[in-house]
Design a protein around this ligand. Structure first.
Ligand code: BES
Ligand code: MN
Ligand code: MN
Length: 460
């Protein structure tokens, strides 16, 4: 891979400039105002794929935003790697907290990245990360060192649940056939800790509504005598965890696959500093399920969280009112074994069952997805471990993440292949938040490491 690495060194600055072009387009999948920007981003991604040397580059229609596809098949007898990523990004809100424009990428030095970090929405999640694959591919092609076949599939709806991607995968099994799926859309444990994400959590998401009186009422004339939907909703939400931090939804833990003591001991080796953790996000103390440490609570254990809650009067000053209704968005992060549809149903039944007779409760399920585990004895994991160990100069370790990439479990079901999560982000990238950034070091480390994954996977 010497010629490939030389090519990367010689073209470093251009790679960054090209990424900036992608980052300047506000590809926000959640907001229909950006439909043209979404299509422009797909087109630009396709153009970059073509320039990098891919064949049969296509912008494939789906019921939602298109999937960008491209491939390089050098020999049917060699293994095929399918690279997956997403060109859509989260909305940049709240805008006033950005120190520079979310779609005006700039490089700024930070404490963690003295050599600079790219500040822009999508820099780490996921444009900066999938772009590493395009450039690593370009380098291997230009150097004449591509060791196996590769297919690219970059979608535009990950941040809104990948709801149309399932059909695309089912309808294109042949086209997408592969030996392993390679994804850079996760993080490292720390900048100097080569580490591979071996687990993702699943997701179940439900919106709930508690309705009381038909209209907002005077809280003096009616207060104390009629149900207040916000009080009731808060009380119901309060009942969803017990005093040990366990979720009380009946049957919630039934299918959870518990980790063995060995696996938990392995996890405990991942470096973690509680004081730093608290300081980095400004909390006075941690909390969570009894019997598990922080790193388990946020990765191998299922959760239930309110993501938003509203109702009544929230404007300036005081308005005395008993609201007519209250609503909340509730997410459950799931772990392997748990089925999102079953959990959603259990939740809805349970939530309705704890409602007092005085109110009407309705539930509305949203998108979901299953969790995922990559066995550390799989071919893909071993090749990734070898590649990262090589480019960092120390042994890569496995860890489980708490985030979700819903399509990964479906890939395994539909295509029968494992996904390797070769992510180069950091928790400090603050993806989805204002001032999202991606270390320049991380960007180049990814481009440098990917060709070795190709090499070691092809050799195995
Ligand atoms: N790239 C993230 C997921 C992620 C980040 C996993 C870091 C592990 C470490 C992805 O784009 C994401 O935000 N997923 C959503 C899924 C949802 C929109 C269905 C999530 O986890 O909330
Ligand atoms: Mn992502
Ligand atoms: Mn995301």
């Amino acid at each position: 891979m010497d010629a490939t690495q030389n090519y990367i060194q010689e073209n470093k600055q251009r790679f960054l400039d090209e990424l900036f072009e992608l980052l300047r387009i506000p590809s926000i999948s959640a907001d229909p105002v950006y439909v043209q920007d979404m299509l422009d981003t797909a087109q630009k991604t396709a153009d970059f794929l073509k320039e990098a040397g891919a064949d049969n580059v296509e912008i494939c229609e789906t019921a939602g935003y298109p999937v960008v596809y491209g491939e390089k098949i050098i020999d049917e007898n060699l293994p095929t790697i399918l690279v997956y990523g997403h060109y859509d990004v989260q909305p940049p809100d709240p805008l006033d907290l950005w120190e520079s424009g979310p779609f005006e990428p700039v490089i700024k030095k930070t404490e963690i990245h003295p050599e600079g970090a790219i500040f822009a929405r999508g820099s780490a999640d996921d444009k900066g990360q999938f772009f590493m694959h395009l450039k690593a591919f370009e380098a291997m092609m230009s150097a004449g060192e591509l060791p196996c076949n590769v297919k690219f599939m970059i979608e535009g709806e990950e941040e809104v649940g990948s709801e149309n991607l399932g059909d695309f995968v089912k309808n294109n099994r042949e086209k997408l056939a592969n030996d392993v799926i390679l994804i850079s859309d996760t993080s490292l444990v720390a900048k100097d800790v080569p580490s591979l994400c071996t687990g993702l959590r699943g997701l179940s998401y439900v919106e709930v509504k508690v309705k009381g009186p038909d209209l907002d009422l005077h809280s003096g004339l009616y207060g104390g005598a009629v149900p207040n939907p916000i009080n009731v909703l808060c009380d119901m939400i309060g009942q969803l965890h017990d005093e040990n931090g366990k979720i009380t939804v009946k049957g919630f833990y039934d299918d959870v696959i518990e980790l063995s003591d060995e696996e938990r001991a392995e996890m405990a080796k991942v470096p973690f500093d509680l004081e730093n953790y608290k300081k980095s996000i400004g909390i006075k103390d941690i909390q969570g399920e009894e019997g598990y440490v922080t790193m388990e609570r946020n990765s191998i254990r299922p959760t239930l969280d309110v993501n938003g809650i509203w109702g009544g009067y929230t404007g300036e000053g005081a308005k005395t009112v008993i609201p007519s209704y209250a609503e909340a968005k509730i997410s459950m992060r799931l772990v392997p074994g748990q089925d999102p549809e079953k959990i959603t149903q259990l939740f809805c039944e349970h939530f309705e069952s704890i409602a007092p007779d005085s109110v009407e409760v309705t539930t509305k399920p949203h998108h979901g997805g299953k969790g995922y585990v990559l066995p550390i004895d799989s071919k893909g994991y071993l090749a990734a471990k070898k590649a990262m160990t090589h480019t960092f100069g120390k042994e890569a370790i496995p860890f489980r993440s708490g985030g979700s990439i819903p399509i990964v479990a479906l890939f395994e079901e539909e295509l029968g292949s494992k996904s390797v999560l070769l992510g180069f982000g950091l928790d400090s990238d603050v993806i989805h938040s204002p001032n999202e950034n991606f270390g320049v070091f991380n960007f180049y480390k990814g481009i440098e490491t990917i060709p070795f994954f190709f090499k070691y996977f092809a050799e195995a």
